[in-house]
Design a protein around this ligand. Structure first.
Ligand SMILES: [Fe+2]
Ligand SMILES: [Fe+2]
Length: 291
């Protein structure tokens, strides 16, 4: 049986039995992790063992590939697309995948090996440092409102919170002299990419779905929708610059300053845009009622 068809059989059993899988996984903690292909852009689901963080909050998964010398595909995927989906036996949620770095990685790996000694054996088989990935659950801020209006407020709330978080991290990173593991620090990179990708997804769905529909229902708002579309293009240009800067900035150069500056501009543009949308569109969406 190929690895792929084995995985497919496990995924099917997992989903059919609220996360319980027999055979070699009997009694083991298992999650399904869905990543977005780094090159293909296609969704890709794998069953993985997990260990809980020492404080019990988040789940940890280990890119061991059974001690092979190459990282598994899902690890490459989550570096390119940090937003992932996690299925446990009872729930399904979005998460930002955060590979631990430096001392934190060492601490978490030791914790993992205490729980599941097999990972220690895998590490002995390879020169590669086996990554430990924290699956940071994304918490949507409940808007307390139903329908499309409530959904829009929720997404905007998440984007605002995420951008605030990324700006703080970028400033901290520069203040710390731009050091830390990997260009700009993995943490900033993953959060920044997750924010940019969510923003892009949100604006694409507005441009392709919500706005054309609302414009057809409310022709007098045509100029307003054109303005929003222009703002989307401005924000999208900034987002591309930020993603490029993430890739270009080298380690320890203190060169995160460019990102801090671009994030400040992004913040001004985006806050104004979100405010405008909410001010003008929420009354229209509320009048629509439930979707
Ligand atoms: Fe928008
Ligand atoms: Fe929006």
């Amino acid at each position: 049986m190929s690895v792929q068809s084995f995985n497919e059989a496990v995924i099917e059993e997992f989903r059919a039995n609220a996360g319980k899988v027999g055979g070699p996984f009997e009694g083991a903690g298992l999650v399904l992790l869905t990543t977005t292909g780094a090159r293909s852009g296609q969704e890709h689901t794998v069953p993985l063992g997990f260990v809980r963080e020492p404080d019990g909050e988040q789940l940890l998964v280990v890119a061991s590939a059974a001690g092979a010398d190459r990282h598994p595909a899902w690890f490459h995927n989550l570096l390119a697309h940090p937003l992932v989906r996690v299925e446990t036996g009872t729930e399904e949620y979005g998460a930002v995948a955060m590979p631990a770095a430096g001392a934190r990685r060492a601490e978490l790996f030791a914790h993992v090996v205490r729980q599941e000694p097999g990972y220690g054996e895998y590490q002995q088989r390879t020169e590669r440092e086996i990554p430990v990935v924290v699956l940071q659950r994304t918490h949507e801020t409940a808007s307390g409102e139903d329908g499309v209006a409530g959904k829009l407020l929720e997404v905007h709330g998440w984007l605002r919170a995420q951008l605030g978080h990324v700006r703080r991290e970028a400033r901290d990173h520069v203040a710390a002299g731009g050091g830390g593991p990997a260009p700009l620090g993995l943490q900033l990179r993953q959060h920044c990419l997750a924010f940019c990708q969510s923003l892009e997804f949100h604006h694409t769905s507005e441009d392709a779905g919500l706005f054309p529909y609302l414009a057809s229902q409310h022709p007098h708002l045509a100029a307003f929708f054109e303005r929003l579309a222009r703002e989307h293009r401005v924000v999208s240009g900034l987002q591309e610059e930020i993603v490029q800067l993430l890739d270009q900035v080298g380690e320890g150069e203190g060169a995160g300053a460019g990102i801090v500056e671009r994030l400040e501009v992004m913040s001004r543009e985006l806050e104004g845009h979100l405010d405008r949308e909410e001010e003008q569109l929420l009354p229209v969406l509320r009048a629509l009622g439930a979707p």
